[in-house]
Design a protein around this ligand. Sequence first.
Ligand code: AHG
Ligand code: MN
Ligand code: MN
Length: 337
Amino acid sequence: MTAKIITIERHILEQQRHFPEATGEFTYLLYDIALAAKIISREVSKAGLLEILGLTGEENVQGEQVMKLDVFANETMIRMNDHTGRLCAMASEENPDIIPIPERFPCGKYVLIFDPLDGSSNIDMNVSVGTIFSVHRKVSDGRRGALEDFLQPGYKQAAAGYIIYGSSTMMVYTSGQGVHGFTLDPSVGEFLLSHPNIQIPPRGKYYSTNEGNYHYWSEGVRRYVDYLKASDEASGRPYSGRYIGTLVADFHRNLLAGGIFMYPADTKDPQKPHGKLRLLYEAAPLAFIVEQAGGRASDGRQDIMNIQPESLHQRVPLFIGSRKDVDEAGQFIREFG
Ligand code: AHG
Ligand code: MN
Ligand code: MN
């Protein structure tokens, strides 16, 4: 029996049927993000070309200004969303402050926060990279967006998702109705539903973390990772270590196969006492997704989704993946610090 061919546009429309009061704005916003993803995917797939990589503000053979991929991805996310009337402001890892909608364009009732190119250190090695996005409803007064629209806890997100530019390009999103994965068919330029209703196994077989930081972790984290590596067939240990160094790629594997990704706080850089990853455009959107898939995301002590953000680029320790694994990590941290 041939599987039904469902494009992401049709899927989003069908999902929005559950919200009779939906005005379509939200639906169009997700379309716009999918289109931006297709454009970024096209450039990533050309990443082998020297002029795309490593150069910023140089002229290529055609005399065009070329950008590094993360600048290109950032510009694309902004340009695809700044004039549509769905948003009242945007925020990006690459921009220190919120990005206002230009005066000449209409404002909408959502804000979009994104990491335009996740895993940028991997771009030049042709390793999978990604884009992560989070959508909140406007809560501030007035027409234009304000910082308070972005500083909302993760459980208030209207939608979240990521695109992984790997052996194939996939877009995975949730709007609170489960987690759904779409694979890009470049020949027709459509994201086709390939992974409906993704559910993460309650316990995994992979752990993903940068063990180079081992001696900078707290005792509880070190004991937990040692525990995962100790042999105990009954509990399926030792786990296998898998670390790509692109959060989206490490997260995606664990979402499908089960496992835990950790970027704990470490004492390596006194400037970054809470680890490397950012709450608003890395931890919170992936936490929404993993919870919708039956998993868990915490900072080691509290759920990521309950953290009240204080600043746009604040960092947070991240333990995310299979529910039982994340809970177990939390037990070690509670007991040993
Ligand atoms: P970004 O490229 O958006 O800055 O994100 C990179 C992050 C994340 O993708 C990955 O999990 C982590 O950096 C890897 O950090 P280490 O190299 O310190 O392990
Ligand atoms: Mn990132
Ligand atoms: Mn990034």
